[in-house]
Design a protein around this ligand. Structure first.
Ligand SMILES: [Zn+2]
Length: 382
């Protein structure tokens, strides 16, 4: 790929600052788009594909890119399969096909090719430039407790391709639900039921991880829950305010998750004493942690406030993780606020991208800094 060199030293410094920590982490990819010659005249009704805009709408971070003539290179941490699926959802009238790391987007006689390749170990001042506006921050939204509200789920899945979902392993049809969400390009997690402080009056359902269980039984239950939702890429805890703050129990869960390749953990932080995120990282399991619960209070005004708080954290920290549910108010607010947030320069990213990005930084600060937690009114129900 030919790229224009830049003489901007400040940018090179910035690029190094950004690139070096990321290079320590595999999965940092470059996307190269090559506009192929028109094979036939584009039809009058179909405008040419603006691939960068489409990638952005699909929730792929395109804040750093290089253009040289007809070549567009965008740095991203996304996997080709996920990029292709989300592009297809974003461009329903186009045909998106993928062969390994090559994605072809065709519409109205125009064809664009994206080649997803690993970034060279040393970026030789390749001239990656910043997009017109400074990115405001990245926001990951994980909707969990999925499995019992098909209508609400379809509505939620249509809001944005980068919204991620966590499915109850004990929901009837959990496997089918997960496959359908994955097919539409969404990240899908297993929503692992774990013991809350209010147990047994408060029941997490299914085959939960309970604090009186032996390690071997915790392992077996964790793996059975995972198997009930095939193809998941990660796990977050359902309830678990007691189980996640128990070191022995949480370590047994993490050990079981490590047996399955490529999984990550998201600590729902249903308790400020949760050890989930910390123990996962200590064991080498990529992990992220919830910053904001979106809908403890289901009123539209309250959910909107929480979404704004999430955006504030993303602006300050560069990235924020919000967890919500399939409540009508939550979906209404997301339908309104997500386009608004994108207009303000925020990027909605899948939870996997958020975890990939936060895990190395979190490893560095582990043990040094503990995040202050707000007391939650519904703590015992978690
Ligand atoms: Zn839950």
């Amino acid at each position: 790929v030919a790229v224009r060199p830049t003489g901007d030293r400040r940018f090179r410094l910035l690029a190094l600052t950004i690139a070096l920590p990321l290079l320590a982490f595999s999965g940092f990819l470059a996307v190269t788009a090559i506009r192929t010659p028109t094979v036939s005249q584009p039809s009058a009704e179909e405008p040419p594909i603006d691939l960068r805009a489409a990638l952005e709408r699909a929730g792929i971070d395109v804040s750093r890119y290089a253009r040289d003539g007809e070549t567009l290179r965008v740095e991203t941490t996304e996997e080709p399969e996920s990029i292709a699926a989300r592009l297809q959802q974003t461009l329903p009238s186009a045909q998106v096909t993928r062969d390994d790391r090559t994605i072809r987007v065709s519409r109205g006689g125009m064809s664009e090719v994206i080649v997803v390749s690993e970034l060279p170990v040393v970026d030789s001042g390749a001239g990656l430039v910043s997009a017109g506006r400074a990115p405001a921050g990245k926001i990951a939204i994980l909707l969990d407790d999925v499995g019992f509200q098909p209508g609400a789920l379809s509505r939620a899945a249509a809001i944005h391709p980068a919204i991620s979902f966590s499915v109850f392993p004990y929901a009837p049809g959990a496997a089918r639900i997960a496959a359908s969400l994955r097919g539409a390009g969404h990240d899908v997690l297993c929503h692992l039921p774990m013991e809350p402080t209010g147990y047994p009056a408060v029941d997490p359902g299914g085959e939960p991880i309970l604090t009186h269980l032996e390690e071997e039984e915790i392992r077996a239950r964790t793996l059975r829950n995972l198997d009930a939702v095939p193809g998941v890429i990660g796990v977050n805890n359902h309830m678990g305010s007691r189980a996640t703050s128990n070191r022995r129990v949480m370590r047994a869960v993490v050990d079981a998750l490590l047996e399955r390749e490529g999984l990550f953990f998201v600590d729902s932080r249903t308790s400020s004493a949760s050890l989930g995120h910390e123990l996962a990282l200590a064991a080498g399991l990529p992990s992220g942690a919830r910053d904001v619960f979106l809908d403890d209070d289901r009123s539209v005004a309250a959910v909107r406030r929480q979404v704004r708080e999430l955006a504030g954290i993303a602006r300050k920290q560069g990235l924020a993780i919000g967890i919500g549910h399939l409540h009508a108010s939550t979906l209404s607010v997301l339908e309104e606020e997500i386009p608004r947030l994108e207009g303000e320069g925020f990027t909605i990213v899948p939870i996997s991208a958020a975890v990939r990005e936060t895990a190395p930084a979190a490893l560095l600060v582990r043990g040094v800094q503990s995040q202050p937690q707000k007391a939650s009114p519904a703590a015992t129900a978690r």
